[in-house]
Design a protein around this ligand. Structure first.
Ligand code: FNR
Length: 342
């Protein structure tokens, strides 16, 4: 329930997938391509495919090796791992891998904790700071409420120091996660917080959880270097717009001031193509990583990414495109509209 689920009626969870089905691809042929490369860069960092690991918490629930398996799988597949604030493996262990990683921050009411986390992440070699802005409170996740979600003994949020912050105790009623978040995270985020976080370290700051075009533009006035268009995988505001449907207006509003990333519902190589065609630099995946981790630890995570990479390479070939850089808006037509000659 924790991994699969969305909030309330899961309208947004379904909408994230349905949005991809409303676009069709208009391929070109006879272009003499022998192979396509999926490689690109994100904020100047090389990646073997335009698919990164979205931050998700508590990986030791899926596999004993937890986040260590995830970063190894990501590294093996040539992409960037984003470590959640709620990692169950501490960042000094993760940083020893010598693999590229970003750190994702949830702001705590105690600003000192947030500051320490950012400074530690910068010192440990993270190369970007993702700030999640769509969780003032936890969305209503009914599966977690029914299951009385809590952390089993022996699994803790390993980057935090006090029991109040590290543990999610068993509850008699409702979701322990929702209780935890209500008690320790800051609900009242403002743009000043983004300026403050950007000032704490040299790391590029990437707000995650933006859907409104004006918010996307504003983020760049407050120190953002990129934004992640996301509705948290349909886990926060139910009935929020699908992230793919929010993307075109964000791209227009940002007007080239920085890179735009997207997550939510990416499951196939063609989903990646559609997001790139609408203006994303790259995408991130959440649940598929968890499934790979649960099924096979490090090699499971790597396998998920390699499936996506192989599909994307094939799809590029089938579209007559040599690389992600060649993907443009012309690749797409709305599903229910006849193709017109431009
Ligand atoms: C998440 N997500 C998330 N986001 C974040 O910023 N910090 C976090 O700790 C978590 N934790 C988390 C746990 C689990 C189990 C899931 C499934 C998701 C949201 C995640 O980063 C991403 O936005 C979505 O998962 C993307 O949608 P898909 O790929 O799961 O459809």
């Amino acid at each position: 329930g924790y991994v699969r689920g969305g909030s309330c009626d899961e309208v947004t969870l379904r909408a994230n997938r349905a949005a991809f089905d409303r676009w069709r691809l208009l391929p070109r042929v006879m272009r003499g391509l022998r192979e396509a490369s999926t490689a690109t860069t994100v904020l100047g960092q090389d990646v073997a495919l335009p698919v990164l690991i979205a931050p998700s918490g508590l990986h030791r629930l899926a596999h004993d090796d937890g986040e260590l398996a995830t970063i190894r799988g990501a590294h093996g597949a040539g992409t960037i791992y984003t470590m959640s604030t709620a990692s169950t493996v501490p960042m000094d262990i993760i940083s020893q891998e010598g693999a590229p990683w970003w750190f994702q921050l949830y702001l705590f009411s105690d600003r000192g904790i947030s500051r320490d986390l950012v400074e530690q992440a910068a010192a440990a070699g993270a190369s970007a700071l993702v700030v999640t802005v769509d969780v003032p409170l936890l969305g209503r996740r009914e599966a977690d409420e029914r299951n009385r979600f809590s952390l089993p003994d022996g699994i803790v949020m390993a980057n935090l120091q006090t029991p109040k912050h590290m543990l999610i105790p068993a509850t008699d009623e409702g979701s322990g996660l929702a209780t935890y978040i209500g008690a320790v995270w800051e609900p009242a985020l403002t743009w000043d917080d983004l300026d403050w976080l950007a000032s704490l370290s040299p790391l590029p700051v990437i707000p995650k959880g933006i859907l409104h075009p004006d918010d996307a533009a504003r983020a760049f006035d407050h120190g953002a270097r990129a934004v992640i268009v996301s509705n948290h995988g349909g886990r926060q505001l139910d009935s929020a717009v699908a992230s793919l449907d929010a993307l075109p207006a964000v791209v227009e509003a940002v007007a080239g001031r920085g890179e735009i990333l997207l997550d939510g519902g990416i499951r196939r190589g063609t989903d990646v193509l559609k997001a790139l065609a609408l203006g994303a630099r790259a995408v991130l995946i959440g649940r598929p990583v968890y499934w790979g981790l649960a099924a096979g630890g490090e090699s499971g995570v790597r396998h998920i990414l390699e499936l996506l990479r192989a599909e994307l390479a094939l799809d590029l070939m089938l579209c007559g495109l040599a690389s992600p850089a060649e993907v443009t808006r012309e690749l797409l037509v709305p599903a229910d509209i006849l193709v017109q000659r431009q």
